[in-house]
Design a protein around this ligand. Structure first.
Ligand code: C5P
Length: 364
């Protein structure tokens, strides 16, 4: 069963991802604009995420912050080094994933990449079963397969929308080697994304005494991600350290995308903690459908028939997955806790009854 916090997080993720899909579509339609450096964009995203995480840890911000103190944050991050070091793994995996996405996109058409990247839907499910003990029914596996086919259909239905001029400008050489590098990078990015997500889920769901808050976990993650992202800027070789050159191409659309990605990262963290990685994938996949529908309204995009059956398949998959689940280990734990409370309550009631009977007997 999905809790209230998870539902709200999933709703926010849907909105965030839908806006990202729509905005990305808009950037693809723009011709003759200076492209912002992807590595600088990743670094800015990581810096923003760090600011948001610290802000959420130290304030109560609409009830979602931890309202902790700088002293506690310092203790959790700097005095428990081994615990902090655990976050180096997902941080490295996410950084590699982000860079492999750029490699894949440099060698493949956007749509081909999107289609291959959907492999993460099934990889995540397999890893959830292996490392988190999730038990999926046959119908849920069928739903995941339906979801993958549906999203691939929706992504393919968008392929004609990329202007021809844009494609030729990218100068993508579709020879076997290029396709091979792009395909391997896309699959590797999908594998890394799934592994990082599952690793993070294992950490944030571990039942530990004194477990750091979700926002502290993100501060710990950022401690490794920021230097890695900075390394990415260095490796890409900035044309100059002049901020005007470094930030070339960062107009309002790109800045909005950076903001969305940064807040989206934190929403993903919340969805992973209060829901799970499979639910996260269902939500981001559905947002591709909603994002495309929004493009119909905003940019007059005309979807093909393929979009209609792809979107229907995604909706059916979500319904089948939600209505054919077994109780997850977390649900079982909750049920046990509830039962323990009931049993304890019964014991108390029984004890109170016995005590009052004795008192009555005494008084008689
Ligand atoms: O493609 P995928 O859904 O795996 O992307 C998840 C994104 O969420 C990653 O780019 C990662 O940087 C971000 N994330 C985050 N903080 C977390 C977990 C994920 O910023 N705790």
């Amino acid at each position: 069963m999905v809790g209230r916090v998870a539902l709200v997080s999933l709703g926010v993720l849907l909105l965030e991802h839908c806006s990202t899909v729509t905005l990305t579509r808009y950037t693809q339609q723009r011709a003759d604009v200076t492209r912002a450096s992807p590595t600088v964009a990743v670094l800015l995203t990581e810096l923003l995420k760090m600011c948001f995480s610290v802000g959420l840890e130290l304030t109560s911000l609409f009830g979602i912050g931890s309202a902790s103190s700088p002293r506690k944050l310092h203790a959790a991050v700097c005095l428990r080094q081994w615990d902090t070091m655990r976050l180096a793994v997902p941080s490295l995996l996410y950084t590699l994933q982000n860079n492999l996405i750029f490699v894949a996109l440099a060698h493949l058409e956007v749509v081909t990449f999107q289609v291959l990247y959907q492999a993460k839907l099934l990889i995540t499910a397999v890893l959830s079963v292996i490392f988190l003990g999730h038990r999926l029914t046959a119908m849920q596996w069928a739903a995941l397969l339906m979801l993958t086919i549906g999203v691939v259909a929706v992504e393919l239905s968008n392929s004609e929308e990329v202007p021809q001029a844009k494609r030729s400008r990218r100068n993508v050489q579709q020879d076997t080697f290029t396709l091979g590098v792009g395909t391997v990078s896309a699959f590797a990015a999908a594998l890394l994304s799934s592994t990082a997500g599952i690793y993070f889920e294992v950490i944030v769901k571990a039942k530990e005494l004194d477990a750091p808050s979700l926002w502290t976990r993100n501060v710990q993650l950022g401690l490794f991600s920021i230097p890695l992202a900075f390394g990415g800027v260095l490796v890409a070789g900035p044309a100059s350290w002049d901020p005007n050159v470094l930030l070339q191409g960062f107009d309002w659309v790109v800045i909005l995308l950076v903001l969305l990605n940064a807040s989206g990262g934190l929403v993903v963290a919340s969805v992973i903690k209060y829901g799970d990685n499979i639910l996260k994938n269902f939500t981001t996949a559905s947002s591709v459908v909603f994002g495309t529908l929004l493009s119909v309204v905003l940019f007059g995009f005309r979807p093909k028939l393929q979009f209609a059956w792809g979107a229907t398949l995604v909706a059916v998959a979500a319904f089948v997955y939600a209505t054919n689940g077994r109780a997850s280990p977390a649900d079982a734990d909750e049920a046990h806790e509830e039962q323990d409370t009931l049993v304890a309550g019964e014991h108390c009631a029984h004890a109170a009854e016995t005590e009052s009977s004795m008192r009555i007997a005494d008084s008689v």
